[in-house]
Design a binder for this molecule. Structure first.
Ligand code: NAD
Ligand code: IPM
Ligand code: MN
Length: 355
């Protein structure tokens, strides 16, 4: 299969985890006889330094023309006080590609249950997906401005924006355990009242899905108290951002959670949920698992299931053999971890791939 991938390595640990992803994709291409073509694009802080904008037009055009976009992370203290921030490039890219559905799976590896800060009996067998609305809400609504003495953000959602993300979540729930938790703040926010009403209306179209509504503050608590109760969580942009970072700790590290952002037509974007980790940038310490699992989600979307499985099982073998990055208490470097994943993918191929 030929796949054109627009790569946006970004800032901080971005280049290190992107290198890991490309190495693994090259191994997959060789073993499974695919052709992956990579375009490397300026994006984020480095793009601001070189071109004055976080999302240069050439980068946007390459993303629009690609089969998939692979993004590492953007941002860092260097750009925190400039006129344009790296993060604004990411928000523009999501909007331009119409990536309204951000899928953030939270799956606990049995082998790593002791690495979670939560007790192992709480985290065992946890598997849920956060479906985060990604192109609306307080991130984008107008008016938004600040002056010396006042600042305004606006949280607004249209029926259409709510319906399409909720429809996505119902469909996903049907392929899983059939349970949908809609997270809102309907006791206070008008946008949440509409959100809840629409979820209830749509439940009539999908009666086989069990729906519950949980207020966001209670949901934050439940993710720690009893994370096994969740199957699919659907929520608006900002709540989904916060709850998914929280949920990452069930797995032991923010460096574990991947994501896919989809529009339904046009290229999807695959990226870890974490940021550019400026505190460990350039130290070869970054955990590449979130990035590699994002690659695995991309391969699954192209129906390359064996290829995706080979990455997942190589990751498990790598940490089963004691190789863990420092966020999980180990001392394996990003490059060593990647080398082991690659060698297990090769072994997987020798063991069982139909060439
Ligand atoms: P962060 O996610 O970058 O880091 C939070 C903590 O988690 C840090 O201690 C970091 O070292 C650790 N961490 C994150 N990913 C890791 C990994 N793969 N391996 C090991 N440790 C990891 O969040 P932050 O520090 O709040 O933000 C830093 C910058 O990243 C900010 O500019 C922020 O806007 C940006 N950011 C970008 C994205 C993105 O590009 N999608 C996402 C989140 C934050
Ligand atoms: C994420 C990040 C982004 C977000 C930032 C960097 C704009 O935190 O992808 O989770 O808030 O969506
Ligand atoms: Mn985030």
């Amino acid at each position: 299969m030929n796949v054109n991938i627009a790569c946006l390595e970004g800032d901080g640990i971005g280049p290190e985890i992107m290198a890991s992803a490309i190495e693994v994709l090259n191994t997959i291409a060789e073993i499974f006889y695919h052709q992956f073509t990579f375009s490397h694009n300026l994006f984020g802080g480095h793009a601001i330094d070189e071109t004055g904008t976080a999302l240069p037009n050439e980068t946007l055009q390459n993303c629009l023309a690609a089969d998939a976009v692979l993004l590492a992370a953007v941002g860092g203290p260097k750009w925190d006080h400039g006129v344009e921030r790296p993060e604004s490039g990411l928000l523009r890219l999501r909007k331009e590609l119409n990536l309204f559905a951000n899928i953030r799976p939270v799956d606990v590896y049995d082998e790593l249950i002791n690495y979670s800060p939560l007790k192992s009996d709480r985290v065992k067998d946890v598997s849920f997906v956060v479906v985060r609305e990604l192109t609306g809400g307080i991130y984008f609504s107008e008016p938004r401005f600040h002056t010396e003495n006042e600042a305004t953000d606006t949280l607004s959602y249209s029926r259409e924006e709510i319906e399409r993300i909720v429809e996505y979540a119902f469909s996903l729930a049907k392929t899983r355990k059939g349970k949908l938790t809609s997270v809102d703040k309907a006791n206070v926010l008008e946008s949440s009242k509409l959100w809840r009403k629409i979820v209830n209306e749509m439940n009539k179209k999908h009666p086989e899905v069990e729906v519950e509504h949980v207020l966001v503050d209670a949901a934050a608590m439940e993710i720690i108290r009893n994370p096994r109760r969740f199957d699919v969580i659907v929520t608006e942009n900002l709540f989904g951002d916060i709850l998914s970072d929280e949920a990452s700790m069930i797995t032991g590290s923010l460096g574990m959670l991947p994501s896919a952002s989809r529009s339904g037509n046009g290229p999807s974007l695959y990226e870890p949920i974490h940021g550019s980790a400026p505190d460990i940038a350039g130290l070869n310490k970054a955990n590449p698992i979130a990035m590699l699992k994002s690659v695995s989600m991309m391969l699954r979307d192209f129906n390359l299931h064996e290829e995706s499985k080979s990455i997942e099982s190589a990751i498990v073998k790598t940490f089963n053999n004691g190789y863990l990055t420092s966020d999980l208490g180990g001392d394996t470097t990003t490059t060593e971890f990647t080398k082991h994943v690659n060698s297990y993918i090769e072994a997987f191929a020798v063991g069982g791939v139909n060439r």
